[in-house]
Design a protein around this ligand. Structure first.
Ligand code: NAD
Length: 471
C-alpha cells in the first residue's frame, strides 16, 4: 500500500465536493497564508538563517522570501476576481447566437516540490497560484533546508484548511512514493537531473507539469560599459545567498581586455559589500551542506583565482571568488556553479560570445551589460533563454508582471503573478448553445449536398484578413 494513497484520496474527495472552487474560499486561504507570513515572520527568518548560517539581520531572507511571497499573495488577492472570470472569445457565423468562452477551471489535486535555496519562496509562491486557481494542494518542502522544512511542516497546517491542503516531508524516497499516486498537476523546482526523474514519474500518469530548473546563466559584459556599476550589480546578483540562486549570473563572458577592466571593479564591489574578510561579514551566507561545499571547492582548481579563493570546511564557507581565464573544458564551465564562484570566460568578440551561448543548453536567464543599447538588444535578439535582463541581474524576478521560467534544459512552463494562476488553471474551452433554432443546424446534417457544403464552409471558415473573397 502506498503510504500517501490515503492522503491523496482524502484531498481528491474534498476536491470533488467543490469546496475549493468559490472565490471567497480561495481568498480566505490566501488571507490565511498572509497571516502565516506575518505572525511567523521572525520564526521563518530565524529558520532561514539557521539553514543558510547567516547572522545578518535578515535582509536577504526578508527580501527574497517573506516580502517576495507576501507580494505574490497580495497581487493574487488584488486580481483574483478578474483572473477567475470566464473569458469570452470570438465566434464564427455558425455560433453567432451562442456563448463561447474559456472557463478557468482548477486542475484538481496538485503537488508542489521545492528545492533548498529559497525554501519559503519556492514552496509558497507556487502555492499562491495553486490556491488562487482553486486546487487542493500537497506541498513538499526541501529536506536540505531542515530548519525551514520543520517550521513549514508544523506551522503551515495551523493556518490552511487541512481538508484541502497538506505538507509532506522527506527526500527522494518520499517524493518517489508520493508521485506513484496520480496527481492532476505537478509543479517541480530543482535540478535538471531530478527534473528528468519527475517528468518520468509524471509521464506514467500523463500528468501535466511545470519544471523550474537550473543551468548556466551567461552574463555578457561589453567593452562599452560603466564597469563599476556593472560590477556592483553582478556581484550582488552572484553572491546574494552565497551564490545559491538559480538566476544568479553563472559566468561572465567577455573579451580579455574587458576582463582586465572589469576585475578591479569586481574586487572593489566585493570589498565594499563584504569587507576585507567576507567570512566575518554578517551579510554573506554559507553553503547548505558538506556535499555542496566539496563540489564547489573543487571548482577552485579551474582557471586562475583572481579574487577570493579562501575556504573553510568547518564553516562551509567559500569566499566570494572570481576565477579568470577559465577554459571551456574545465569542470566549472560544464556544470551549474550554484555557489559563490564567478568564472570569467574570455572570447574574441560579441559574435563569438553569442555563438558560445547558443552552442550550450538554453539557460534560465541571460544577462548583457553595455552602455550601447544596440549591443544589449543584439544579445536579446540573437540568443534564447527563459528570461533576459539588460544591465542588471536578479532584480527582474521581483516583477510579478513578468513570466518566470526556463526553456529547454532550464525548464518547462512559467509562473509568478497571473502566470502562476494560469499554470494551475485548466483553460476549459466552452460553447453553450440553445436547444431551439434547429433549422440553422440542418445545413450540417446528411444527406449532404454541394450547396450545404458551401453554406457550412461559409459559416465556419476563418478567412485571411485583407483577402478579397470575390477573386
Ligand atoms: P534537487 O533537484 O536536488 O531537489 C529538489 C527537490 O527534489 C527536493 O525537494 C528533493 O527532495 C527532491 N528530490 C531530490 N532528489 C530526488 C529524486 N531522486 N527523486 C525525487 N525527488 C527528488 O535541487 P536542490 O539541490 O534542492 O536545488 C538546486 C537546484 O534547483 C539547482 O539546479 C537550481 O538551479 C535549481 N533551482 C531552480 C529554480 C528555478 O526557479 N528555476 C529555483 C531554485 C533552484
Amino acid at each position: 500500500m502506498n503510504p500517501y494513497a490515503g492522503l491523496v484520496d482524502c484531498l481528491r474527495a474534498t476536491w470533488l465536493t467543490g469546496k475549493t472552487r468559490p472565490m471567497e474560499y480561495r481568498q480566505g486561504q490566501l488571507e490565511a497564508l498572509n497571516r502565516f507570513l506575518e505572525e511567523r515572520r521572525s520564526d521563518l527568518l530565524h529558520a532561514l538563517n539557521q539553514d543558510m548560517r547567516r547572522v545578518s539581520p535578515h535582509f536577504e531572507g526578508e527580501v527574497a522570501e517573506v516580502a517576495f511571497t507576501r507580494s505574490e499573495v497580495n497581487n493574487a488577492l488584488n486580481n483574483l476576481s478578474c483572473w477567475m472570470k470566464d473569458e469570452n472569445v470570438s465566434k464564427n457565423l455558425a455560433t453567432k447566437l451562442d456563448c463561447a468562452f474559456i472557463r478557468k477551471d482548477p486542475y484538481g489535486v496538485v503537488v508542489i516540490i521545492a528545492p533548498y535555496n529559497y525554501p519559503i519562496n519556492l514552496l509558497l509562491v507556487p502555492l499562491v497560484g495553486a490556491i488562487a486557481a482553486g486546487n487542493c494542494v500537497i506541498v513538499k518542502p526541501a529536506e536540505l533546508a531542515r530548519h525551514t522544512e520543520r517550521l513549514l511542516a508544523e506551522a503551515l497546517p495551523c493556518y490552511l484548511d487541512p481538508e484541502t491542503f497538506a505538507v509532506v516531508t522527506g527526500g527522494s524516497e518520499e517524493v518517489t512514493k508520493l508521485l506513484e499516486n496520480q496527481f492532476d498537476y505537478i509543479f517541480f523546482t530543482g535540478s535538471p537531473r531530478v527534473g528528468k526523474i519527475i517528468m518520468t514519474a509524471a509521464a506514467k500518469h500523463l500528468t501535466p507539469l511545470t519544471l523550474e530548473l537550473g543551468g548556466k546563466n551567461p552574463c555578457y559584459v561589453d567593452k562599452c560599459c560603466n564597469f563599476q556599476n556593472a560590477a556592483n550589480r553582478i556581484v550582488w546578483g552572484k553572491f546574494f545567498n552565497a551564490g545559491q540562486t538559480c538566476i544568479a549570473p553563472d559566468y561572465v563572458i567577455c573579451t580579455i581586455e574587458t576582463q582586465e577592466r572589469l576585475m578591479p571593479c569586481l574586487r572593489q564591489a566585493i570589498r565594499e559589500f563584504y569587507g576585507d574578510c567576507p567570512q566575518d561579514s554578517p551579510d554573506f551566507g554559507r553553503l547548505i551542506d558538506d556535499k555542496h561545499f566539496r563540489r564547489l571547492r573543487a571548482f577552485l582548481e579551474c582557471g586562475r583565482v583572481a579574487i577570493g579563493g579562501e575556504s573553510d570546511e568547518c564553516d562551509r564557507y567559500i569566499a566570494p571568488t572570481v576565477l579568470a581565464d577559465v577554459k571551456e573544458w574545465e569542470p566549472i564551465m560544464q556544470e551549474e556553479v550554484f555557489g559563490p564562484i564567478l568564472p570569467i570566460f574570455t572570447v574574441g568578440d560579441l559574435d563569438e560570445a553569442i555563438h558560445y551561448i547558443n552552442r550550450k543548453q538554453r539557460p534560465l536567464v541571460a544577462y548583457a551589460f553595455s552602455c550601447d543599447c544596440k549591443v544589449v538588444n543584439h544579445v536579446l535578439n540573437c540568443t534564447s533563454s527563459g528570461n533576459f535582463s539588460g544591465n542588471d541581474t536578479i532584480i527582474y524576478s521581483t516583477l510579478v508582471s513578468l513570466p518566470f521560467g526556463g526553456i529547454g534544459y532550464s525548464g518547462l512552463g512559467k509562473y509568478h503573478g497571473k502566470f502562476s494562476f494560469d499554470t494551475f488553471t485548466h483553460q476549459r474551452g466552452t460553447l453553450l448553445r440553445c436547444m431551439g433554432l434547429e433549422a440553422i443546424n440542418t445545413v450540417r446534417y446528411p444527406p449532404y449536398t454541394e450547396g450545404k457544403l458551401q453554406l457550412l464552409l461559409s459559416l465556419v471558415d476563418v478567412k485571411r484578413k485583407g483577402m478579397c473573397t470575390l477573386l
